[in-house]
Each structure stands twice: as C-alpha cells, then as structure tokens.
Design a protein around this ligand. Structure first.
Ligand code: ARG
Length: 285
C-alpha cells in the first residue's frame, strides 16, 4: 500500500532506471601509502571488514536490480577497489584512466584490458585523468573536475572522444580531491537532470557555473560531506549513500528520493565511499 502524499506537498514521483555497474572486490585492500589526506598508512586496516562492507554495497545494487560486473583484483594494487577511477565509458567507448600517482598507474591498463575484453571500443588516454572519479555525466554534459588529479588537458581530450560538452570545475579543498567526493548526480537524464554538491569544495567560478546550470541542486554541508556523503550512486529514485550523512539523507527524502544508508567506514580509510567503489558501464545506445 502506498500512502498519499501529505497535503500541500509537491513531492515528485521518482523513477528508478537500472544500471550496469563495474566493481572490484577489495581482496588486497589496505592503506600502504598516502596520496590523499584521508590515508594514514600508520593506522591499521582490516581487509576482512572492508570485504564485508563492500559485499553489502554489492548486494544492495543487486537487490535494486542493477547488473553488477566484476574485475579481478590484483595483488599490490590496494586502491583497485575504487573502480570509479578505472576509466569513463559512454556509448560503448571506454576512455582509459591515466593516474597521477605512480602507485596507481598499473590500474589504468588493467581496467583498459577489462573494457576491451567486454566489448568496449577502448580509447587510450594521452592525458592524466582518473576516470569517473573526476568525470560525471549529467544529462548531455560531462562535468569534469581538476585541481588535484585529473588534468584540464584531459577534459579537452574527453570532449573530442565523446563529442559531448565537457564543463571544467576546479576543486580547491584537498579533502575533496576527486569531483565525486564533492558532487553527486541525482538524476542523470533529461530535463530532470540534477545534482547535489558541496559549494566550499569548488572555486568561485565553478560555484557560479553550477548555480547557473542547476538552480534546483541540493547544497550539502561539510557535516555530511566529511563522511564522503556526496560519494553516492543514484538510479533516479534510490540513492545509495554513507549512513552517517544524515542531513543529506533528509534533503533527499524531502525531494522524493529513497536514500539507502550504508556503512563503508573501512573503505573511507583509503579516502573512498560508495561511488568510488562503482564505475558505470554505458554501452552502445
Ligand atoms: N586512495 C584512492 C586515491 O586516493 C581513493 C580513490 C577514491 N576514488 C574516488 N573515485 N574518489 O586515489
């Protein structure tokens, strides 16, 4: 039974669209080096806890009807669990990742091989970029982060490869070093395309650009973003988020979304959350 909306409320009925996703089991997860402010190699990590939390995320996607594919983890690449960084796919084309830090560089070809073996036309990137960590598709445009990892030169390269408009956004707070730590795509398609973001993570020009493009965006505060609450996956209706991001959860409910809170605290030790563990696979149209 579905309850009638309270009088006077204009909550939109949200529609879920199942996705095809790629994940990587954190069999080799640990924090062995420090390439972002969340990582403290001197603090202990527990791979079995990471595996359990990751499994809950995987099971949640399957229960929501998403088609989840897996790439084999590689020993010695502890950050490979953050599949979002593995590349960017659109219309059956995979634009490969080219990592900033030497510790993660072997992940680029590993994900590239997976794309090739799974029917994608692989376009090997010439410019430094960290895939969907910094590239987010919203409607017809690709929002692209820069400042810490992904280079602006790759934004131009991606525009050429995809034929889409690529909007450069500059990140200024080292805690929010990838675009997907500071901005969430709530509705990726059509006229309803909308986002949520943490304004303080962006420079002034980027904040103005986001304000112009998304007047209905959900503005999220630091008390939610500090748990990587924005690092989330929406299917247009269900939004998988960090359970500690309770303010964001309330804003989502007010707007007619169904937030699903998960605890990925162990993976947060590497500086990643829900979205970081998830790459969207967009095949031929
Ligand atoms: N330790 C990883 C790094 O610093 C975390 C990556 C998180 N991924 C993401 N899409 N934000 O590269």
């Amino acid at each position: 039974m579905s309850l009638p909306a309270p009088a006077g409320s204009a909550v939109t009925e949200r529609k879920a669209v199942p996705r095809r996703l790629l994940m990587c089991r954190p069999e080799h997860f640990t924090v062995a080096y420090r390439i972002n402010p969340w990582m403290n190699p001197e603090d202990p990590t527990d791979t079995s806890v990471a595996l359990g939390q990751w499994q809950t995320l995987y099971d949640t996607y399957v229960a929501l009807g998403h088609d989840v594919e897996l790439i084999d983890p590689i020993a010695g690449l502890p950050d490979m669990v953050y599949a979002a960084n593995g590349g960017f796919t659109l219309d059956g084309v995979a634009y490969t990742a080219r990592f900033t830090h030497p510790e993660r560089q072997p992940e680029g070809p590993a994900y590239g091989d997976w794309f090739a073996a799974n029917g994608f036309r692989v376009h090997e990137a010439q410019r430094i970029n960290e895939g969907e960590g910094d590239f987010l598709l919203v409607g017809d445009v690709i929002l692209a982060g820069t400042g810490f990892r992904t280079s602006v030169e790759s934004h131009a390269e991606l525009a050429q490869v995809t034929g889409r408009e690529v909007v450069t956004l500059r990140l200024v707070d080292p805690r929010f070093y990838h675009l997907d730590t500071a901005l969430a795509v709530l509705d990726p398609t059509g006229a309803d395309a909308n986002i949520a973001y943490l304004p303080l993570a962006f420079d002034e020009a980027s904040r103005a650009e986001l304000g112009r493009r998304y007047p209905d965006a959900v503005e999220v505060g630091i008390e939610d973003a500090r748990w990587l609450g924005l690092n989330s996956i929406s299917d247009g209706r269900n939004v998988v988020i960090a359970s500690r991001a309770t303010g964001f959860e309330a804003s989502l409910r007010e707007r007619g979304y169904t937030p699903i809170g998960l605890d990925l605290a162990e993976l947060l030790l590497g500086g990643g959350g829900v979205k970081c563990c998830t790459l969207e696979l967009r095949g031929d149209r």
